[in-house]
Each structure stands twice: as C-alpha cells, then as structure tokens.
Design a protein around this ligand. Structure first.
Ligand SMILES: C[S@@+](CC[C@H](N)C(=O)[O-])C[C@H]1O[C@@H](n2cnc3c(N)ncnc32)[C@H](O)[C@@H]1O
Length: 333
C-alpha cells in the first residue's frame, strides 16, 4: 500500500505572462494536431527507456508537452522551492542552474520564488525545447529567462556543470540510466554553491531513485533540509513511497488535450532539498492527507523518532487551530 490519499500543497497556475505566451504559441496550431501529439507523447513516455534519444519528434509535440505538463511540473517545483525558501530565510539565491530544463519550467518557478535571482543557466539536450523555452521567455517578457544562458548539452557526457547558488533537476534524473543518473547527481551536488533540489514524479520509481540519492548525499556530508525531518534511515517500508501533491488549475486548452472534464488535476511528486550549509529542518512532516472529522483531526507524521500518528481534538486548544488547517506535505512544528 502506498501513501496514496489525495491532497495538495495549494492550487497553482502558471504565471499570467507565461500562460499568455503559451496561449500565443499554440494559437496557430490546429487543436486536432495538438491533441494527437499529446496522445502520441504519452505513448512515447510509457515506452521510453533510459537510453532513448529525445522523445519529441516535432515542434507540435513540444507545444503539446508544454501545454499539458508545464503547469504540473511548475506547480510541483514551485511548492518545493517555497518550502526551501521558508526554511532558509537568511540565504539569497542569485543564480540557478536547471538540468534537463525542457522549456525552462523549473527556472520559471525559481524566478517566481526568489526575487534576487539574476543569473540562470539551463542545460537541455533537445534543441527544439530550447527554442521553445527562449520563445516563451521572450514573449512573456521575463528578462531573467530571456537573458539566460541556454546550452544544448547531454547531461550524460558532461564532466562538470557550471556552478550556481541553486541547482535544480526537475523530472529529468529518472530519464537517465542508473549509472548516468548517479554521475549527474554527483556533479549536480558539486555544482551547487548552496542548495541542490531534485524533483521526480511521485511514484514508487521516482521515490526509489530519491531514496538512493538521499543516502548518498547524507554520506557525502550534505545537509538534508526537506522533506525529511531527520537524516536517519527512511522509516517507510519498501512498499510505500513518500510523495506529495500540488493541485493544478487546467486551462481550457489543457482540458481539451487531456479530454478531462475536471478544471484541475493533482500532480504527485517526490523531492529532496540538500544544502551545503546547515539550514533549519522541519521538526515533523505531514505524510498523508489529514483525516478530518468534526472536532477531530488525525495526522500521519514523519518525525525524528520515525513514523507517528498524532490525534488532535478541539479540546487541545493550543494546536487545534493549526491541526484543522494543516495540509499534506506541510511541516508540523
Ligand atoms: C520530463 S522533461 C522535464 C523538463 C523540465 N525540467 C520540467 O520540469 O518540466 C525531462 C527533460 O530532460 C531532458 N533530458 C533527458 N535526458 C537528458 C540528457 N541526457 N541530457 C540533457 N537533457 C536530458 C529531456 O529532453 C526533457 O526536456
């Protein structure tokens, strides 16, 4: 049994200027072509192996990807970076390196969270995604991204990455084979002047990869800031996976491409935030959707003593207010 209950950090949309740029970029493409490309892309993703070359056969596929996936990965990365910013109040982030950047989604989230961010470097192997990323940044008039350094590069063949305050690897590490992924996270850690953030799909596979990275970076002397409140062995069993969810508002086009009636979707993700300097760490983390009854809330927590269940009733005056409002994924202090 996984930790599967539905919940969310908060409802999220792409920034308005990016939404507008995406709408402009897709305006001239027939809906049927975008819809076929979106379906073809999901099949390609399912069949993908770690040695595959880029899975985007055309620019319409790239636009379909940006329409369907950018809002979800943006929401996941933004939620993670907001948690990181909450834990590191004293530290400014002025530079970012985005590895396997796609159209620049994670860098967009970083721009949204870190106002002092100036210098952005993005590494991506698919030339067409780089072109799309540059076009979106320009049309959205996001100068930090339109002035960014985009490099066409295969992460697997690099021997070092450019350094940055914050290194991001979002939904990309899992596309590499075990050995290549290890090389990339080791180089990513070396390149991080302050923090390394890795986000993966909230699946057993995504979490298994992060469990391995977690062990390795703790052994390498990294300070684990989130989501774990401790550096002891992960208390989850082999059948469980630690993941969270961000609720994403769907645009009308997104709904049509996904043939979905709902105005939103819940993006499941797993993540790690590691720092080079000791940072605040959450005392406890809410691991599942809180069970709420009238006058009663039950929280499943990951704590420094392992997994714990905390039951709070309305009589526990001091903590009742917080317990009533807390969400899956939040820190419980
Ligand atoms: C699922 S997309 C994620 C894109 C973006 N980071 C995001 O969060 O939306 C994975 C990206 O990693 C890139 N990628 C995969 N393997 C790569 C490699 N070996 N070198 C460089 N980029 C790679 C793909 O081209 C794709 O853009």
């Amino acid at each position: 049994m996984g930790l599967r209950s539905r919940a969310r950090f908060s409802d999220m949309q792409l920034p308005p200027n990016l939404r507008q740029a995406l709408a402009q970029a897709t305006a001239q493409v027939p809906l049927a072509a975008l819809s076929d490309a979106a379906q073809d892309l999901s099949q390609r993703y399912r069949a993908q192996t770690s040695s595959s070359a880029s899975i985007f056969p055309s620019d319409v596929h790239r636009l379909a990807y940006a329409t369907v996936r950018m809002p979800a990965t943006f929401a996941a990365v933004r939620a993670v970076l907001a948690e990181m910013a909450r834990l590191m109040t004293a530290q400014q982030i002025e530079s970012v390196l985005d590895l396997g950047a796609g159209p620049g989604t994670a860098a967009w989230a970083a721009c949204d969270v870190f106002p002092a961010l100036q210098e952005i470097t993005l590494l991506e192997r698919d030339h067409g995604l780089i072109t799309l990323g540059k076009r979106l940044a320009q049309e959205a008039a996001e100068s930090r991204l339109s002035n960014a350094n985009w490099h066409k590069a295969d992460l697997r063949t690099q021997t070092a990455f450019p350094t940055a305050d914050l290194v991001l690897c979002s939904y990309a590490l899992g596309e590499l084979s075990g050995d290549a992924a290890r090389q990339v996270w080791q180089l990513a850690w070396q390149a991080a002047r302050h923090t390394l953030v890795i986000v993966e799909p909230g699946t057993m596979k995504g979490f298994a990869l992060l469990r391995t990275v977690r062990q390795a970076l703790i052994a390498a002397g990294g300070y684990l800031c989130a989501p774990c409140p401790h550096t002891a062995e992960c208390p989850l069993s082999a059948e469980e996976w630690c993941h969270f969810a961000a609720r994403v508002e769907r645009t009308a086009l997104h709904r049509r491409l996904k043939a979905g009636a709902l105005g939103h979707e819940d993006e499941k993700f797993s993540y790690l935030v590691f720092s080079k300097q000791p940072l605040a760490q959450a005392k406890n983390r809410v691991l599942r959707h809180p069970q709420r009854r009238p006058n009663f809330v039950q929280l499943q927590l990951c704590t420094e003593h392992g997994l714990e269940t905390l039951s709070v009733t309305h009589k526990d005056k001091e903590i009742w207010k917080r317990a009533r409002k807390i969400d899956w994924g939040a820190a419980w202090e």
